[in-house]
Structures are given as C-alpha cells and as structure tokens.
Design a protein around this ligand. Structure first.
Ligand SMILES: O=C(O)CCC(=O)C(=O)O
Length: 212
C-alpha cells in the first residue's frame, strides 16, 4: 500500500518566484556546453569565508565581475584573484536565458553583468546568507539550476528566522527580488543521482546578478 501523502502546496514569500522546468532539456544541454567553456577558463574553487572555513560549494564566475571571498572579505572583482585574468565573458546563451525569464516578471529590464556559478558535489551545501555585495538591490538575483536536485532554503530577514525547504530540479529558475531580495537563503542538501544531464556531475547553479 502506498502511504505517501501529496506534498502540501508550496507558498513562497512575495518576490521569490519559482519557474519549474523553465529550461527544457535540450536547452539545459546547450547551457552545459557553454558552462564547460567557462569552467575551463576559470576552474571553480573553494574560497575562504568569514570565520575562516572554506566554502562547501566550489565557485567561479563569468561576466564583467565575479563574486569573491577571501581574508579581505566578500566583494565583486573585475579580475579573477586566483589568476589575475579577466573573468570569462558571459556566454550569449546565459545572457539570453536570464533576460527571457525576467521578461514577464516585475523586473523586465534586468540585465546581469555577473554570473556566479556554484558547483555542489554530493554532500555540499550553502549556509543561510544574504546577497548584499551588489550595487543595486532593486535588481533581482536570477538562479538557473542544472544537474542534481537540491533542497533550497528560504528564510526571513534575520538569520535566526525560520527557514523552509523546497526542492529545485534541473531546469528550474528562481527569481529573487522586491521584498524577497534580502531574505536569507541557502542550499540544505543535494540529491545525488537525480540529474537528467549526462554531461555534468553534481549540481551547478548559475546565479545572475547586477553587481556593479
Ligand atoms: O545554488 C543556489 O541555488 C543558491 C546560490 C546562492 O545562494 C548564492 O550564490 O548566493
């Protein structure tokens, strides 16, 4: 007998918009090919966080600026501090998808100048945090998920506010803007073996920002 109960309907805070399966599989594969070039030009790294530990997810960037963390703190850098080279250009397919998904949103003019790419191997996670190193908080953060599914966490305006988890799958897109822009959020868990994409291991998130 199947005793599984239907999942309760998901109520997300205003300003956090989840588009399930927004990127069809063939287009995800296209994004993965473009991503491979970014990863070759700027291999993902674990970087130092406040408090002295290292990030659980490995990260890299493309675009005009890249988010970075080290003993000097959290910030955007126009060059990759690990190589001194410019970040790879944002692939046209990345830019296209980011601009398409905001077209019907409250932020239709959003044009990212930075894409922070996070790679989560099995067991990796990201603690609750706010994205607050960008110049203009009226601009949203747009996140495309590729690869393994993850339990995403959305909390409140304070780190100690209760957070709720919901599943994001490959091809899902999250928009976080307006009154949700500064909410604490994170990634609690990766579900290994759930990726529909042969070309990658683990989960990648492409997080598009207006950084400068
Ligand atoms: O991987 C994700 O979906 C979330 C990433 C994130 O919160 C961040 O890069 O600030």
């Amino acid at each position: 007998m199947d005793l599984a109960l239907p999942a309760p309907p998901l109520t997300l805070p205003a300003g956090l918009i989840l588009h399930r399966s927004a990127v069809e599989l063939a287009r995800q594969e296209h994004l993965v090919r473009a991503l491979a070039e970014v990863l070759t030009a700027a291999p993902p790294m674990h970087t130092r966080v406040k408090g002295g530990g290292m990030t659980s997810a490995a990260m890299t960037n493309c675009g005009q600026a890249g988010w970075w963390s080290d003993a000097k703190g959290y910030r955007y850098e126009r060059t990759n501090p690990s190589t001194g080279k410019s970040w790879p250009a944002m692939p046209a397919e990345f830019l296209r998808i980011a601009e398409e998904v905001v077209a019907d949103s409250p932020w239709p003019d959003f044009t990212p100048d930075a894409c922070l790419v996070n790679h989560y191997a099995a067991g990796a996670k990201m603690g609750l945090h706010q994205d607050k190193d960008e110049a203009d908080f009226s601009q949203p953060i747009v996140t495309v998920s590729l690869g393994d599914s993850a339990d995403w966490l959305i909390g409140g305006a304070k780190r100690t506010d209760k957070a709720v988890a919901f599943r994001v799958n490959s091809g899902d897109v999250l928009l976080m803007g307006g009154s949700a822009r500064m909410l604490f959020h994170g990634v609690r868990k990766i579900h290994p073996g759930t990726s529909p994409l042969a070309g990658i291991a683990g989960r990648y998130s492409l997080t598009f920002r207006r950084a400068l």
